[in-house]
Design a protein around this ligand. Structure first.
Ligand code: UD1
Length: 366
């Protein structure tokens, strides 16, 4: 009998983490892998295009939970996933990242006695006002196996008293997705279509509640981007949450008038085509901090902290404030600016290590 593995996919940053694992597990003869999409992200350009780009099949189960408050979203995933498990009980459950669906599915799996693995465990911002930090802490506290992306994450878990045998450093699996699609990304036409080929430009993404949900936070960011656009063409790929706030606070025109190019969320391949040609990336996303570190592209992160400090200590990332962004862009534009180095095990082979870990834990002979 084949063992069944459920991979939980929920929101945009999850898809590039489950794709390499899905493809690696699909090649194994001892298991059957099923993707469970919670529906936390449901717009075509937040979900479907990622499944297409990453060559993922349609999910085996779709929970269709949609948006809502944290309680509504987390509760809806728990109720819906529990009923999936009643019909198709997996031998292993893999949850990824730090979104509400991650902790929700982990709670269901662990309580039903299903061995549960957290992919991208051990990251800590130490900022408990971030919903993602609560999701990370809670998921790591209950999951059976903790797959970490880097050694600093191991150290965080050990300092919290986690037993070493629960921790395995497999490396950064997002890099596997990039390497799988590198040629397609290079051939994609985003830069050409935006007429940016061959000229310096910056890419912007912002969606953290702390940056976009209040006018007090968002307006200074809009102003500093409008100022920066006078020196460097900027393309801003606007997350749905941010689009809504820019409209609510009537700030969108300030960006457009300053020449900032606002585009809808891009697919993975389209976005990475844009990023690989950028002189600088301005973001508050977690994944983008890692992708730019891998690519050696200066990244300016508009946050007070990061759960990915290795991107600062080893990579090309810097934490900035609205007041320091302008000067940081100038430094990043100097060709002598620091480009950093690639952290250990960010090598495109994380999925292989993850599969080897599962095989060993499932006692499957190779
Ligand atoms: C979620 C994650 C965050 C991750 C981010 C990536 C949590 C707590 N947060 O934040 O960690 O970095 O995804 O994007 O899980 N919306 C749409 N279409 C969609 C999805 C969302 O319009 O396909 C709208 C919703 O209606 C809502 C807003 O975007 O107004 C926020 O969506 P939600 O998934 O709750 O949180 P994110 O801000 O995307």
């Amino acid at each position: 009998m084949k063992q069944t593995i459920h991979l939980i996919a929920a929101a945009r940053p999850n898809f590039m983490k489950i794709a390499p694992l899905y493809h690696a597990l699909a090649r194994e003869t001892w298991c059957r892998v099923a993707i469970v999409h919670t529906g936390q992200h449901y717009d075509a350009n937040m979900s479907d295009t990622f499944f297409r780009d990453l060559r993922l099949p349609d999910p085996a189960f779709h929970l269709d939970v949609g948006s809502g408050s944290h309680g509504q979203q987390t509760g809806a995933v728990m109720i819906a996933y529990e009923s999936v498990v009643e019909r198709d009980r997996p031998d292993w459950l893999v949850v990824v990242g730090d979104v509400n669906s991650t902790i929700a599915a982990a709670l269901v799996g662990v309580k039903l006695g299903i061995p549960t693995v957290h992919l991208e465990a051990g990251l800590r911002s130490r900022d408990r006002s971030m919903p993602e930090e609560i999701n990370r802490l809670a998921t790591d506290a209950i999951a059976d196996v903790l797959w970490t992306p880097s050694r600093d994450a191991d150290a965080n878990l050990l300092a919290e008293g986690v037993a070493p045998e629960r921790i395995e450093c497999i490396g950064n699996i997002m890099i596997d997705s990039y390497e799988m699609l590198r040629a397609t990304i290079e051939q994609a036409g985003t830069r050409r279509e935006l007429q940016l080929d061959g000229q310096p430009y910056g890419v912007v993404t912002l969606h953290r509640p702390s940056n976009v949900d209040t006018r007090d936070a968002l307006e200074p960011l809009v102003q500093v981007l409008a100022d920066a656009a006078q020196r460097l063409p900027l393309v801003f790929a606007v997350h749905p949450r941010t689009r809504k706030r820019l409209t609510d606070f009537a700030l969108q025109d300030r960006l457009i008038d300053a020449g900032v190019r606002l585009v809808d969320p891009l697919s993975y391949v389209q976005f990475m085509n844009l990023v690989t040609g950028a002189r600088v990336v301005i973001t508050d996303s977690g994944g983008v901090q890692e992708e730019t570190t891998y690519l050696g592209i200066p990244c300016l992160t508009l946050r007070d902290n990061t759960e990915r400090p290795i991107t600062v200590t080893e990579g090309s990332n810097r934490l900035v404030q609205p007041a320091t962004l302008g000067a940081a862009i100038d430094v990043a534009l100097q060709s002598s600016g620091r480009r950093g180095s690639r952290p250990e095990l960010w090598d495109g082979h994380a999925a292989e290590r993850a599969v080897a870990s599962l095989r060993r834990r499932a006692s499957i002979a190779t």
